[in-house]
Design a protein around this ligand. Structure first.
Ligand SMILES: Nc1ncnc2c1ncn2[C@@H]1O[C@H](COP(=O)(O)OP(=O)(O)OP(=O)(O)O)[C@@H](O)[C@H]1O
Ligand SMILES: [Mg+2]
Length: 497
């Protein structure tokens, strides 16, 4: 703006942003109550707003469309459509009257210089006095609407697994409640976290939620999804969201600036935001960009991350499937295994302790081995009897956190959590296998004696295991999933402990 040619659209938008908080008072300027209120909200800024308004008022009075648009914004300032409509009307008004545009541009420049209107990056943040702070919209969304471009409505939720999603109706209902999806008008709903061990089905549940039939109605602006993983390049992930929203984040200084831009872009949008597979609080925080009418769901193996980003109250623990859903899952993937001998198939589900990941990998593996039935039965038997057969089950798809040239085995996927322990704790984790037994459970004192450490020390270690989703408390005892027990046993042998 300033001395050069005035761009009517950006001027219209800035003018709309500047006036928005004052509209209820300006319309009654001169009346005592409105004057008092205006002064309280912004003192000198109020005087400046009145100055801007005095240049504009008569023009507006003459144009019913502009007047209506202003009234709509005065009624519901946070309504994005009302804001955009106002900007479009103002643009017309200003384009028709270059002199007015010039004067108002100068007044807005003054407003900026006096700090009545503060810009952060390209995203407008207005501060009137010290009291009123309002961040409205993003240039990209407004100018896209102005130029008639199609607005960006990304749908980033991944597809559901081909076998479908089994046995999660109750969990879907719980997340639905926690996210308050029954109340479309609820504002500033806190983030919700799904927490549970590797392969339990957090990502799948999040995807199922993102694809619910009601989602496009509740979130007309779409669904954002990011798969974060243990060693993400946060910047790329944020830029991908920017791209999906039509906001160019490439010029931004750093991740924090990208996050702030996204916050601006989401202020008026209704979007479901899913942040999958978070391993560090600091990573997760960059994705907390929801506007008041968005909802955020995150998934993590680690409880401290869930509790920090979503609070303990808003964290849902995901458990293994029940026997029926597990058998149904196996049947979908490898029907012959179940039809040949259902009892053996159930034994396999039990041996995999109903972990969806293991059931899926076993089911896919067996499905390709059905041509020679005796061979298939032998392989089922091996999976039941041999831990190395179970741990070596392979996933065809790659996995963030596991190098491309390494096989993505069940062992490697579960190992992502074990690798994060200190080397002492890794040894201690392996040594838990000495307790043997199905299920594998133990008491603190027994662990302290195996680890040859104090009870206090043992408690700290077990607490760390619990936080990483490797161990659970069951009454007075501690428990480990059968496949993690396999993992520990394999590790103990490999380390010669
Ligand atoms: N309810 C379910 N019905 C059918 N298949 C499922 C279900 N839950 C998970 N799966 C399958 O199990 C596998 C692992 O699930 P998922 O990736 O959701 O686990 P996760 O908890 O996100 O694991 P991680 O902690 O490693 O990210 C996937 O291949 C998925 O297709
Ligand atoms: Mg996952």
């Amino acid at each position: 703006m300033g001395n050069g040619a005035v761009d009517p659209m950006s001027l219209a938008r800035d003018l709309g942003l500047f006036l928005t908080p004052w509209l209820p008072y300006l319309q009654k300027a001169g009346e005592k109550a409105a004057e008092e209120a205006g002064k309280q909200v912004g003192g000198a800024a109020w005087e400046h707003a009145k100055l801007v308004w005095s240049r504009l008022r008569h023009k507006v009075e003459a144009k019913p469309d502009v007047k209506d648009a202003l009234q709509n914004v005065a009624n519901v300032p946070a309504d994005e459509r009302a804001q955009t409509a106002l900007h479009l009307q103002m643009r017309k008004l200003l384009a028709d009257d270059p002199e007015l545009a010039h004067d108002l541009a100068a007044l807005l420049d003054q407003a900026r210089q006096s700090g009545y209107m503060v810009f952060a990056g390209q995203q407008a943040v207005i501060v009137h006095g010290s009291v009123y702070g309002l961040a409205v919209g993003d240039i990209a969304s407004t100018s896209a609407a102005a130029s008639g471009e199609q607005t960006h409505r990304p749908f980033m939720a991944p597809p559901l697994p081909p076998q479908g999603v089994l046995g999660r109706d109750d969990d879907v209902a719980r997340v639905f409640d926690l996210l308050r999806l029954d109340d479309a008008a609820a504002m500033d709903v806190a983030p919700v976290a799904l927490h549970g061990m590797g392969g339990i089905g957090k990502t799948t549940l999040a995807a199922a939620l993102g694809r619910l039939e009601v989602v496009p109605t509740l979130f007309p602006d779409g669904v954002l999804w990011s798969s974060v993983g243990p060693r993400p390049t946060v910047r790329f992930l944020l830029e991908a969201w920017g791209k999906a929203l039509g906001v160019d984040l490439v010029p931004e200084r750093d991740e924090t600036a990208c996050r702030d831009r996204l916050r601006g872009a989401l202020y008026h949008r209704r979007m479901l935001i899913i942040v999958d597979d978070v391993w560090e609080v600091t990573h997760g925080q960059y994705f907390m960009v929801a506007g008041p009418r968005c909802r955020t769901l995150l998934t993590t193996r680690e409880s401290p991350i869930a509790h920090t980003l979503a609070t303990r109250e808003k964290t849902l623990r995901i458990e293994v499937l029940n026997a029926e859903a597990s058998l149904a899952l196996l049947r979908r993937l490898a029907p012959e295994v179940v039809s040949t001998d259902e009892r053996v198939a159930l034994r396999l589900c039990e041996r995999l302790e109903f972990l969806p990941l293991a059931l899926t990998l076993a089911g896919r593996f067996l499905a390709s081995e059905t041509d020679v039935p005796t061979r298939m039965q032998r392989l089922v038997g091996e999976l039941i009897d041999r831990r190395d057969a179970r741990l070596r089950l392979l996933q065809a798809e790659g996995r963030p956190g596991i190098d491309e040239d390494h096989p993505v085995s069940l062992q490697a996927i579960l190992g992502l959590s074990v690798e994060r322990l200190s080397s002492i704790d890794q040894d201690r984790f392996a040594m838990l296998a000495t307790f043997g037994g199905e299920p594998l459970t133990w008491e603190i004192n027994a662990a302290a004696s195996v680890w040859e450490c104090s009870t206090v020390d043992a408690e700290a270690t077990v607490s760390g295991f619990i936080q990483r989703g490797l161990v659970e408390r069951r009454g007075e005892r501690y428990w480990m999933h059968a496949l993690l027990a396999d993992y520990a046993a394999e590790m103990m042998d490999a380390r010669g402990l």
